[in-house]
Structures are given as structure tokens and as C-alpha cells.
Design a protein around this ligand. Sequence first.
Ligand code: HEC
Ligand code: HEC
Ligand code: HEC
Ligand code: HEC
Ligand code: HEC
Ligand code: HEC
Length: 325
Amino acid sequence: MEKHKNGLYQASYINGKLREKQRFDITFGSNRGETYLYWKGNEIYELPVTYYLYLHQWANSPGYKGGAVKFDRVMGKRCFECHSSYIENLPGSSGFIGQNERFEKKSMILNIDCERCHGPAANHVAFQTNNPEEKKPMYITSISSLSRAQRIDLCGQCHAGNTGLMFRSIFDFKPGDRMKDFKDNGDNAHNANFKKKDHGKIDVHGNQAGLLASSKCFIEGKIECATCHNVHDEITNLSTYSQRCTTCHSEEKHNFCKMAVQLGQSINNHCIDCHMPVESSNAIVIHGAGNRTIPAFQAHIHRIAIYPGESKKVINWLKNNRITS
Ligand code: HEC
Ligand code: HEC
Ligand code: HEC
Ligand code: HEC
Ligand code: HEC
Ligand code: HEC
């Protein structure tokens, strides 16, 4: 790592001799870790070293093997579809096999902005600015008017994993659109080769949408992302999330947890620990020396279910900490 007048760099040396040095130009992530990209002409590449929050350390970036320092992992528009708000390919350079994608630098809009979730809003802004007395929102889709499936797909653009065959860019996705018009998970008859690979599996690219949809709370209940998450607000602590469960599951409704007798009051703060336990992902692993791999990413599994092994651990933890008898 080096600091120069015009920025921070990752550099590689062999026998004290500089081999390659590239600047931290773009950052992806923050939540689980950060990975960094650099511009080389009109192309974008990943820097060799990533910071992993869960491991609290720097290590080689996903896609780079241990043992040698390389700067050659090409980044495509697809990464930007979920990790930024916009980027455009230069004409005739959308990345066919054997060709790297080239980008229009000025088109890049970093971060996830309002329009990624609320759709194009220029007319809305113009109208409300010119008509300040008008309190009714015009030229903007009201998210509460959408169906649950449409709202899940709004988040699922980016939170339904990264397998499946894309046949349209999600930069075109607007609230109300359905993912089946963008991505083929193998459901469509014309692509029988594509298997439902990541359905039900955890991976770094989340797949919270697919996992939640496989829960009984979803199939038999009305649960959706907004039941637990307010994307405009900071994420709350785990016991606050547990309170979301008790809006549907309670003693009065006779669908409460069978463990309630054993756990007493403490149960109310720990629904998540037992029913949405933390799992490691194999999608982001650090390739160490030889064939050694280290999982570098953990997330709460979004299939709400009974996990007997995890429950045992939580019960022991509660006992050891004298939270329950
Ligand atoms: C389908 C959308 C999607 C695509 C495509 C995608 N990502 Fe992600 N990525 C996500 C989401 C969502 C997360 C956060 C996952 C979570 O917290 O559950 C994430 C997480 C990450 C992380 C972990 C750091 C963090 O905390 O956010 C890295 C690094 C990353 N992505 C890099 C990439 C790179 C490089 C590409 C292209 C090769 C890529 N992603 C393509 C959606 C995507
Ligand atoms: C990650 C997706 C996402 C982003 C980014 C986002 N919003 Fe939202 N916004 C939502 C969702 C989902 C709702 C509906 C909330 C609910 O039902 O609980 C909402 C609701 C709203 C509402 C209330 C009206 C309505 O449709 O329910 C306003 C106003 C709003 N957002 C403005 C903004 C602004 C301004 C920004 C940018 C600073 C922004 N949002 C960024 C997802 C997003
Ligand atoms: C355009 C892509 C995109 C859309 C649409 C999107 N997200 Fe995300 N979301 C991300 C990425 C990327 C991350 C990881 C952020 C990071 O690590 O910096 C993320 C992170 C999150 C997190 C973890 C935040 C944290 O601080 O731990 C939650 C929760 C979340 N998203 C919920 C939602 C919900 C709910 C919706 C739908 C209303 C939604 N997202 C829509 C891309 C998206
Ligand atoms: C919107 C309502 C709703 C919410 C919120 C909700 N559930 Fe459910 N849940 C249901 C329904 C409906 C069922 C299926 C009927 C039943 O078993 O009671 C169910 C089933 C379950 C089951 C049985 C699963 C199985 O595979 O047998 C568990 C465990 C569960 N929920 C735990 C939770 C936990 C923990 C939370 C919070 C993280 C939660 N639920 C939030 C509605 C909900
Ligand atoms: C029953 C409650 C519940 C529902 C419904 C729910 N989540 Fe979560 N989500 C959680 C909890 C609990 C966490 C862990 C928060 C923490 O560790 O601070 C979480 C974390 C996340 C994260 C951060 C990565 C991780 O796993 O720690 C993302 C991204 C996310 N949720 C997206 C979504 C999306 C998208 C949906 C809808 C498809 C959704 N969630 C529905 C409870 C829920
Ligand atoms: C210490 C772990 C643990 C905690 C904490 C916990 N549960 Fe459970 N839960 C279990 C186990 C184990 C079962 C299966 C019990 C059985 O079938 O005998 C279960 C079963 C359930 C069921 C299915 C009941 C049925 O009739 O089949 C629901 C619903 C449920 N839990 C909801 C919750 C909610 C809501 C919370 C928080 C208020 C919670 N659980 C907290 C471990 C836990």
C-alpha cells in the first residue's frame, strides 16, 4: 500500500523492484468488506487486495489466487448494475468473449441512488418544484401501491444472487417491473440448460429474496423485506428484528415457538439467533497457498426455519450466560 500525491495505491515489488502500481479509483462494498477497482484507459480492473470486515484483515481479492500478485481481473458492467447507479459501455464494447468491456468514464454514477429504487424521477422533481403547493406526489411510482411480488423483485434486482442468465440490463429496471423479464433462472422453457443453481443457497451476493421466498412465513404468510427492513433507516439490532417475528407469532395466536416454556422471557430477544442463523458463504473465499480456501463472508440466512444444531448452541450460550435457567 502506498500513498502518493494523487491518491492511494496498491503496488507490487519483486526483489525490491517495482513491477506494477495501480490507484484505488473506485470502492465497492462497506458492509462486509471493501474491494477496489482501477481505471486502465477505458477498462476497469480489480486491485489485488481487499479488506474483509469479518476477518478484520486485508487479503487477496476474490478471483485472485494466493502466491502471486496480479492486477488482471477485468470488471464488467454487470458488477456496476448492483454496486453503482449507472455506467455505460463505449459503443461496440459490451464485452463479448475474448474482449474486455470498455466504459464511458463520465457516465459513471457511484453509490445506489434514489432512482435505483424509485425509478426515473426527473419529471417528478420538475413538477413538485414548479408546484410547491401540490402535496400529491406526481410522476413517481408509489411503492406501497405495488404487489408484494413486485416489491420483492425491486430488492431482488440486486438481492437475488448472481446466477441465472441476464438478457436485459437491470439499469432499465423500474419499480413495478418483474425480474423474469430480465433474468432467466431456468424457469423459462427456452433455456433448459440453466439450472436453478443458487436457489436456497447463501452466497456473497445475498440471495435474500430467494431464501425468504422458500420460508413458510412467506409461502403461508405475508412476510416481505419491508416487514423487517426500512431501507431509509440504519439497520437496527437483532433483538429489534425479533420483534418483527412477534407481529405474526404469539401465544394468543397459538402459533408461538415451542421453546417458549423452556426459554421464558429471554426468547423474545433471540428469534433471529435460532431461526435465521449466521452462515458462511463459499462464494467469497480467500484462496490461500496451495488449494486452501478460507470463507471470508458471513450473513444471516434468510430462509426462516428450524435449525436444531444452531438452536442447541444458542440454548447453551443462554445458559452459560445465565440469561435463562
Ligand atoms: C446481482 C447483483 C450483484 C452483482 C451482479 C454483483 N454484486 Fe457484489 N454484492 C451484491 C450485494 C447485494 C452485496 C451485499 C451482499 C450482502 O450483504 O448480503 C454484494 C457484496 C459484494 C462484496 C462484499 C463487500 C460488501 O460488503 O458489499 C464484494 C467485494 C462484491 N460484492 C464485489 C462484486 C464484484 C467485483 C462484482 C462483479 C464481478 C459483483 N460484486 C457483482 C450484489 C451484486
Ligand atoms: C434501496 C432502495 C431505496 C433507495 C435507494 C431509496 N428508497 Fe425511498 N423507498 C424505498 C422503499 C422500499 C419505500 C417504501 C417503504 C415502505 O413501504 O416501508 C420507500 C419510500 C419512500 C418514500 C415514501 C413514499 C413511498 O413511495 O412510500 C419517499 C418520499 C422516498 N422513499 C424517497 C427517497 C429518496 C429521496 C431517496 C434518495 C435519497 C430514496 N427514497 C432512496 C426504497 C428506497
Ligand atoms: C441497485 C442494487 C440494490 C437494490 C435495488 C437494493 N439493494 Fe440493498 N444493497 C445493495 C448492495 C450492493 C449492498 C451492500 C452494500 C455495501 O456493502 O456497501 C446492499 C445492502 C443492503 C442491506 C445491508 C445494509 C447494512 O448496512 O448492513 C440491506 C438490509 C439491504 N441492502 C436491503 C435492501 C432492500 C430491502 C431493498 C429493496 C427495497 C434493497 N436493498 C435494494 C444493492 C441494492
Ligand atoms: C407476516 C407474518 C410472519 C412473520 C413476520 C413471521 N412469520 Fe414465521 N410463519 C408465518 C406463517 C403464516 C407460518 C406458517 C404457519 C405456521 O407455522 O404458523 C410461519 C412459519 C414459521 C416457522 C415454521 C417453519 C417450518 O419450516 O416449519 C418458524 C420457525 C417461523 N415461522 C419463525 C419465524 C421467525 C423467527 C420470524 C421472525 C424472524 C417469523 N417467523 C416472522 C408468518 C410469519
Ligand atoms: C424476518 C425479518 C427479515 C426479513 C423479512 C428480511 N430480512 Fe434481511 N435481515 C434480517 C436480519 C435479522 C439481518 C441481520 C442484521 C444484522 O446482522 O444486523 C438481515 C440482514 C440483511 C442484509 C445484510 C446481510 C446479512 O445477511 O447480514 C441484507 C442485504 C438483507 N437483510 C436483505 C434483505 C432483503 C432483500 C429482504 C427481502 C427479500 C430481506 N432482507 C428480508 C431480517 C430480515
Ligand atoms: C433457542 C433457540 C430458539 C429461539 C430463541 C426461538 N426459537 Fe422458535 N423454535 C426453536 C426450535 C428448536 C423449534 C422446534 C421445536 C419443536 O418442534 O419442538 C422452534 C419452533 C418454532 C416455530 C414453529 C412452531 C410450530 O408450531 O411448529 C415457530 C413459529 C417459532 N419457533 C417462532 C419463534 C419466534 C417468533 C421466536 C422469538 C420470539 C423464536 N421462535 C425463538 C428454537 C428457537
